[in-house]
Ligand binder design. Structure first.
Ligand code: NAD
Length: 292
């Protein structure tokens, strides 16, 4: 069994990006610049955004963090987005989700210029992804693709089962795994909360990608011998063994499932760090105007 080490791989990617940024600057180019908007004080969102800002520093990017109260109006948030759209120095903009209930997330996503949408959530970029055109790929699925590629996991002709059909993970994941490219060329089954016989379907998966947000949902009896299992789930659960009082759990019962796998991602240290690495990669692509 080989652990798909997202922490190490993301560090490798960050080093590659840092070298490229240093070369860009040495040849008179400007530093790539990522802006993030954080609304409210949600603990998980704070953690994600600060990890993204820290990663920017590590690779030599500029970063801007705009903090807004959770009472901010949709109008004010849209005005902030527009201000960043118009700022020529900023290459990428992310608005950390989820947003407070009174704000329409899709409206905000659509307000971001597709040229700066380094999360790859704008409908224009989702469409480009579906058509296999150059675009900013959504960071989490693209991070999984990169991990499979760097570990040379065979995907062509394999049966890939994805659990979860969210717009940010499961659905784009199914599109990327079915693309006529490597990694891709898999026969994909996209499953969700209404799927019947989920266990039987999972048992036929050569590659099982799990993104539903239910700790330890996938157990050993659902997994085929020799499968590659990718665990996207991150849930904070209470723990008396850590200083913070909580720990992160994936959607896969790691210990029992790992024994049956050819490859598996741990939580933490698997898909999570890859997501940030791809966000940086997308920001660099944007600063080099390689997509638009
Ligand atoms: P979501 O809540 O938007 O979607 C969950 C999906 O799971 C839905 O499509 C639903 O139909 C499906 N589902 C729910 N119960 C099911 C069941 N019993 N059987 C089959 N399918 C079921 O979730 P999301 O935003 O895609 O996130 C999923 C998990 O991944 C969460 O734990 C989230 O924290 C994590 N996540 C991690 C990263 C990362 O960087 N590692 C990024 C995004 C999300």
């Amino acid at each position: 069994m080989i652990i798909l080490d997202g922490k190490k791989t993301s560090n490798d990617i960050k080093e590659e990006i840092a070298v490229e940024v240093a070369q860009l600057i040495a040849s008179g180019g400007k530093k790539p610049h990522l802006a993030a908007i954080l609304v409210g004080n949600d603990g998980a969102s704070e953690t994600y955004v600060s990890a993204k800002v820290k990663a920017c520093e590590k690779v030599g990017f500029n970063s801007t963090l705009v903090r807004l109260e959770d009472t901010v109006s949709e109008e004010e948030l849209l005005a902030q987005v527009e201000k960043i759209n118009q700022n020529a120095d900023i290459d990428g903009l992310i608005v950390q989700l989820p947003l407070p209930k009174h704000i329409d997330e899709m409206k905000v996503t659509e307000a971001i210029f597709p040229q700066k949408d380094v999360d790859g959530f704008h409908p224009a970029n989702v469409g480009r992804m579906a058509l296999n055109l150059p675009t900013f790929l959504p960071a989490t699925p693209a991070g999984i693709i990169e991990l499979l590629e760097r570990y040379k996991v065979e995907t062509s002709g394999k049966h890939c089962v994805v659990i979860g059909r969210s717009h940010i993970v499961g659905s784009p994941m199914s599109i990327l795994m079915a693309r006529n490219s490597y990694p891709g060329n898999a026969t994909v089954t996209l499953t969700h909360s209404r799927t019947q016989n989920l266990k039987e379907i999972c048992q036929t998966a050569d590659i099982l990608i799990v993104a539903l947000g239910k700790p330890e949902f996938v157990t050993a009896d659902m997994v085929k011998e020799g499968a590659c299992v990718v665990d996207v789930g991150i849930t904070r659960v209470k723990s008396d063994k850590t200083k913070s009082g909580w720990k992160l759990k994936g959607d896969v019962a790691y210990d029992e499932v790992a024994e049956k796998c050819s490859f598996i991602t741990p939580v933490p240290g698997g898909v999570g760090p890859m997501t940030i690495a791809i966000l940086l990669k997308n920001t660099l692509l944007s600063s080099k105007r390689e997509i638009y």
